[in-house]
Write a protein that binds this ligand. Structure first.
Ligand SMILES: [Mg+2]
Length: 332
C-alpha cells in the first residue's frame, strides 16, 4: 500500500479538537508522532512546546446560536402587518379602555417608547385588562393572509448548522400563526414569546389594578414632564429591557458572546449588544450606532455571514481527515 507525502498544512482530527499539522514526511511517519494513548490536550501542549510555530489550533466557530426577532425581521415591514397591529392597539385603547380618541395615537407611541411595548405601558400606568383579551383583539384580527410562504428563507435557515431561537414580544398564538404562514414553523429549536417571559400570575392583571388615585396620566406627564415624579413600573417583561434578555439567556442556555442576534429594532439590538450579543439590524443597509451589522433583508444573511456555514464545512473536513488518519495508521 502506498503512503503519500504532503508539504502543505494538513488537518488531523481528535475528539473535540482539531489541529493543522505541517507535514513534510510521509503521513505514516507523521502519525507515529501522535502516539495513540496521548490525549488531544496533552498532544497540543506537547506539540506547542516542541514545535512552537508548526502547530496551530483551529479556532472553534465564532457563533453557536442565532437569535431572531419575529415581526418585521423574519418578514419585511413592507408586508403591512405592522400597520394593522398599530391600528388594532389604538382601537383597543379607545374601545376597551375608554381612552379619549384624540390622545390615543400619541399615548400609544409614548408608552411604547418608555415601556418597550404599548401594552407594558398601559399596565404600568394602571389599566386593568387581561393579557389574552388584549392579544386576541390586537393579533386575533390580523389579516395573516398577507404573509406569504418564504421558501428562500426556509432553505437558508434549514441549511444552517447552528441552533436557532426566536425571541419575540408578541404572544405565542401570533408567533405560531406568523411562522406557519411563512412556512418556517419547523425552522427553530424554540420560540420565546410573551407567555414564556410573563408568568400566568399576572395574567388577569389583578396585581396591577389601578390604585385609589386612579390611572397615572401619562399623556399629561409627556406634555409637562416633572423630574420629581417617579414613573410607575410595569409588570411586563419584554424587550428592550435587560431582564428580558437575561431570562432568555438562562431559559434557552444562550451564551451571548457566541450568539448573533437579528432584530429590526435598534433599541433592542443596543441592549443586546450591551449584554454581549453580536447584533444585526434587519430592514436597512445603514448601520445604526451601537449595532454591529445591518442587513437590508434577512435573505442577505448568507452573503453577509458565510462563516455561519463554515462550522459544517469544517466538520466535514475533520471527518474526512479522520478517515485518512485511521487508514494510514493501519499502514504504519
Ligand atoms: Mg420586530
Amino acid at each position: 500500500m502506498k503512503a503519500f507525502t504532503s508539504q502543505r498544512p494538513f488537518t488531523i482530527a481528535f475528539p473535540q479538537r482539531c489541529f493543522i499539522v505541517l507535514i513534510n514526511r510521509p503521513i505514516h511517519h507523521s502519525l507515529l508522532v501522535f502516539r495513540s494513548l496521548q490525549t488531544p490536550a496533552t498532544l497540543l501542549q506537547e506539540s506547542k512546546m516542541e514545535n512552537g510555530e508548526q502547530f496551530q489550533e483551529i479556532s472553534k466557530a465564532k457563533y453557536d446560536c442565532l437569535l431572531f426577532d419575529l415581526d418585521d425581521t423574519l418578514y419585511p415591514l413592507s408586508s403591512g402587518l405592522a400597520e394593522h397591529v398599530k391600528k388594532n392597539i389604538q382601537e383597543y385603547m379607545a374601545q376597551k379602555l375608554g381612552i379619549e380618541g384624540a390622545k390615543v395615537p400619541e399615548l400609544c407611541f409614548s408608552l411604547y417608547k418608555t415601556y418597550g411595548t404599548t401594552m407594558a405601558g398601559l399596565k404600568a400606568v394602571g389599566y386593568d385588562f387581561d393579557y389574552d383579551d388584549f392579544h386576541g383583539f390586537v393579533h386575533g384580527r390580523l389579516p395573516y393572509n398577507i404573509l406569504k410562504p418564504d421558501p428562500v428563507l426556509r432553505g437558508i435557515l434549514l441549511s444552517l448548522p447552528i441552533r436557532r431561537v426566536v425571541f419575540t414580544n408578541s404572544d405565542e398564538a401570533h408567533a405560531r400563526r406568523v411562522l406557519h404562514r411563512l412556512g418556517l414553523e419547523d425552522c427553530f429549536e424554540r420560540v420565546i414569546s410573551f407567555e414564556t417571559l410573563n408568568s400566568s400570575n399576572n395574567k388577569d392583571g389583578n396585581e396591577h389594578k389601578p390604585s385609589s388615585t386612579g390611572i397615572f396620566d401619562f399623556y399629561e406627564y409627556t406634555h409637562r414632564p416633572n423630574p420629581d415624579i417617579v414613573l410607575p413600573r410595569t409588570p411586563v417583561v419584554c424587550k428592550p429591557f435587560e431582564d428580558a434578555f437575561e431570562k432568555v439567556f438562562n431559559m434557552a442556555d444562550i451564551d451571548p458572546q457566541r450568539t448573533l442576534f437579528f432584530d429590526d429594532s435598534v433599541r433592542n439590538l443596543q441592549t443586546g449588544k450591551s449584554l454581549g450579543l453580536h447584533t444585526v439590524l434587519v430592514g436597512t443597509s445603514i448601520r445604526a450606532t451601537g449595532v454591529d451589522h445591518a442587513l437590508e433583508s434577512i435573505h442577505n444573511m448568507k452573503e453577509a455571514f458565510p462563516e455561519l456555514w463554515e462550522a459544517d464545512e469544517k466538520r466535514e473536513s475533520v471527518e474526512c481527515s479522520r478517515k485518512i488518519s485511521m487508514e494510514t495508521s493501519v499502514i504504519a
